[in-house]
Write a protein that binds this ligand. Sequence first.
Ligand SMILES: Cc1ncc(COP(=O)(O)O)c(C=O)c1O
Length: 465
Amino acid sequence: MNQIWNQIEELESVASPGLLVNVDCVARNIDSMVRIVDGDTGRLRPHVKTHKMPAVIQMQLDAGIGKFKASTIAEASMVAGAGGQDVLLAYPVVGLNIQRLADLRDQYPETCFSVLVDHPSAISMLAEAFPKRDKPLRVFIDVDCGMHRTGIPWGEGLDQLRDRIDQSGDLEFAGLHVYDGHLHQPSLDERQQAVTEIRQKIADYATRSGAPEIVAGGSPTFAFWAQQPGIHCSPGTTVFWDIGYAEKFPDLPFEIAAALLTRVISKPGNERICLDLGYKAIASEMPFERRLKIASIEDAKLVSHSEEHLVLETASADSLAVGQPLIAFPRHICPTVALHSSAHLIRDSAITGQQWSVTARNRTMPTENTPPSDPPFRSSLRELKWIIAIWLFNFVWVITYCWLFGYSPDQPIALTFGIPSWAFWGIFAPWGVATAVSCWFALTQMQDHPLDVDDTDEQTEATDA
Ligand SMILES: Cc1ncc(COP(=O)(O)O)c(C=O)c1O
């Protein structure tokens, strides 16, 4: 892993702290996901919370993956906007988010949206907000298979929920959502055994009551669920991978595809260096000493972490220059990605100069009615307005002047620079001025924007406000 990340060219073109995404590794990770389900992409429902990027959705769509899992309305909106045909909002929807989901469904009528329920009151609220119109809202029952975060345990309560959904008439039972985020056993056998036990319960339920779709698992158990016919798999981290999973689950064939660029900003002595990698650039959810790894400093020991600073102790401090770029691997990539508005892309071991927007890091959803938001579009629009204004003014001047003072057979023809004065002031002068102003505007006022920066964040923030 380090080899790929140790040889990146053009790092000097990226400001730090910055998120880096190696597109080649992302492509290989998506290939591995497809291979694990034997090419049956209809059984993949990858979670988008890891990347929150429309560009990654596009890569997955290109690989034949059409169904996705999301945990926020913004993520669901991003998936629909990027062309995903089916989004499971795998999160209890309450309060205003119910209306936001309804709006989203109206906004993207071609996309199939579904949600989780694990409580009778959630069913009532959803049934009220989604009266069966042309198509009912699809709901998955969230089963608590041992994580004890959300969901309803196997048993009577589950059957009652199912009855309520069936009786509501407004909702459609889509199946079971069985997320096993508690299964982190390093031992393959133990992890597989735990999956087998959950699988048995799913089979019992499905045989008794039927379940159109069963969505199960995250990354650690992905390969086991993939071996179970009919189960839809929902890994998220697999697309970027991270050192947390890489160290814990070497059995899985994924590569680290995202990392952080940081630089030495100070050397406070005592074998210490300070990096620009505070907890506003790297997620601090992990215990202090396990938050990250620096690619080229094996003995790095974290000393302190604040908003914009990270102090490390290392015997190699003397050989590290102030300004030196370093690659850092967050232990958990998902919350770290959400701290960055865009990612700098790497292809063929070099920074490409292109960026991908982390669109769904904002919690508000971009609305369809707002105009395209990318900076080149906004600048072009502004520039177009100026050019139109200059030439419109010219047009009005020419018509008005010629109307009032144009050639008249009764008047003697006055000359300016040998040209009839009415033609000079009514045509030549305004055309010359408009041309000169246009040239000045084009050469000095127009802005250059890299065309590939896909920056929808500003729009989302504006929408929020
Ligand atoms: C409901 C749900 N499904 C799937 C996933 C993806 O799991 P992983 O990050 O292990 O790939 C998560 C992760 O948080 C999750 O909460």
